[in-house]
Design a protein around this ligand. Structure first.
Ligand code: HAM
Length: 435
């Protein structure tokens, strides 16, 4: 046993470094975001898919790229009991493409619109907004080449963020085109010609990589490399005719949607599968610090074929849900329950159960306190849960077939016959009183 493991054994058991528990109220906010996302995506024809969290390692090495940070340094890779190398998924697109090919979806669904919500794993240097297990909402559209779908995807991303409460003025949409296998070599050559005389000034990683993928120098965060990147030839200037038409189409579709964006020549993304459109949504809400990219994505027109499927254009993005939560800050949540029962004795608690069930069936959020504690302590709990209405059932009420209904804000209390309780609560609910 390693020293660090011994320490864990002897002391308190703790979560793995860089992996966090998502507890209320964050987990409640996350559930609300997920509900909105399901609603919005399904209303636009996207449906959820679930792919395994673990895949065979070569899937990621081949799709994301051998020379990327993710594959070189960040994957959680291990051998399973059969001696095969498995990896906890660092992102969702590779698994989606594997599933699309494995099930020959191009035959059944020429246009495939999918999304997923789930944990991803990267062994990064962790800090605020960057974790080793994090949640992504990913959206993928396979089978469409037209830039109209890129623009629609971007407007969907922005609208989702607006709907969950991110202010419009805190968002920046950065956009670029990386070209395609036709124009990439021209850009690559221009970039290599520019970088070669400056190679000695690049950071170690970039020096090692720039021969294989000079594009990565453009998004290196090291100040020296950033300074060099400023003067580098841009992909946009060197697009081939088809990529230029695609880019122009994207810009005019964004114009039609009135979607503001900034062209960002340094936006090359950290995964190798991108072609043409790439984008990132940055939030400057102040809570995020340096990890302020809330979502990133783009086209990966070559990936399906690279992974053994038929040539299939595709575009998608993924949003980091922890980063979204950070960007939103401490937004107000609705009270945990609208109605709480406060009962005295077993018979009263039993009598509360069918009433609570009837209310819940009508969509009211209800708590029944089963601890058998004093009415005072139940009342305290009702307060803590934020109940607007408390339904009191003690012996007195039970004998007479009534319930005491207390409106917490005004402290108004009245007796309601047992069979009218549900309607009375619903009436109050409509008047907005229980909250
Ligand atoms: P990505 O840029 O690697 O793209 O990740 C997308 C988003 O996930 C980031 O913008 C960020 O919000 C979040 N994220 C990434 N790493 C971490 C981390 N360590 N901690 C917290 N949040 C993180 C992809 O993953 C692509 N699969 C996106 C895509 C889908 N492209 C096409 N389709």
């Amino acid at each position: 046993m390693k020293k660090s493991e011994e320490k864990q054994d002897g002391g308190r058991l703790q979560a793995v470094k860089g992996m966090r528990d998502l507890l209320p109220p964050d987990s409640r906010r996350l559930a609300a975001i997920e509900r909105l996302a399901h609603e919005m995506l399904q209303s636009q024809g996207y449906f959820p898919v679930h792919t395994p969290i673990v895949e065979y390692t070569p899937l990621f090495a081949r799709s994301i790229g051998e020379e990327t940070d993710i594959v070189e340094k960040e994957m959680y890779t291990f051998e399973d009991r059969d001696g095969r190398s498995l990896t906890l998924r660092p992102e969702g697109t590779a698994g989606v493409v594997r599933a699309y090919n494995e099930h020959a979806l191009h035959k059944a669904e020429p246009v495939t619109l999918w999304y997923y919500i789930g944990p991803m794993f990267r062994h990064e240097r962790w800090q605020r907004g960057r974790y080793r297990q994090f949640y992504q909402l990913g959206v993928e559209a396979l089978g469409v080449a037209d830039p109209g779908i890129d623009a629609e995807m971007l407007s969907m991303l922005v609208d989702l963020l607006l709907k969950v409460g991110l202010p419009a003025e805190s968002m920046e949409l950065h956009l670029n085109s990386l070209g395609c296998p036709v124009c990439r070599p021209t850009h690559r050559k221009a970039l290599l010609d520019y970088l070669a005389p400056r190679a000695g000034e690049l950071c170690e990683d970039c020096q090692r990589r720039f021969g294989q993928n000079p594009l990565r120098v453009l998004d290196c965060k090291v100040p020296g490399c950033r300074a060099i990147a400023v003067g580098a030839p841009t992909t946009l200037d060197l697009l081939c005719g088809d990529c230029r038409t695609h880019w122009d189409g994207l810009v005019s579709a964004l114009g039609a949607l009135d979607l503001e964006h900034q062209v960002d020549h340094r936006l090359v993304r950290g995964l190798d599968y991108y072609s043409r459109t790439t984008f990132e949504l940055i939030s400057n809400s102040g809570n995020l610090g340096s990890q302020n990219t809330v979502a990133g994505g783009g086209r990966y027109d070559g990936l399906v074929a690279l992974m053994g499927g038929p040539p299939t254009p595709a575009v998608g993005f993924a949003m980091g849900l922890e980063r979204l939560l950070l960007a939103l800050g401490d937004t107000e949540l609705p009270p945990q329950v609208e109605v709480a029962f406060v009962t005295q004795g077993d018979a009263a608690r039993l009598a509360a159960l069918p009433l609570a069930r009837a209310l819940r069936r009508r969509g009211v959020r209800v708590d029944v306190d089963h601890r058998g504690s004093s009415m005072k302590s139940q009342m305290k709990r009702a307060n803590r849960l934020g109940a607007g209405v408390v339904l009191i059932l003690a012996e007195r009420e039970l004998e007479r077939g009534v319930v005491a209904l207390r409106q917490m804000k005004s402290s108004e209390q009245s007796e309601v016959p047992g069979d009218e309780v549900v309607e009375r609560v619903l009436q109050l609910s409509q008047q907005g009183k229980p909250d």
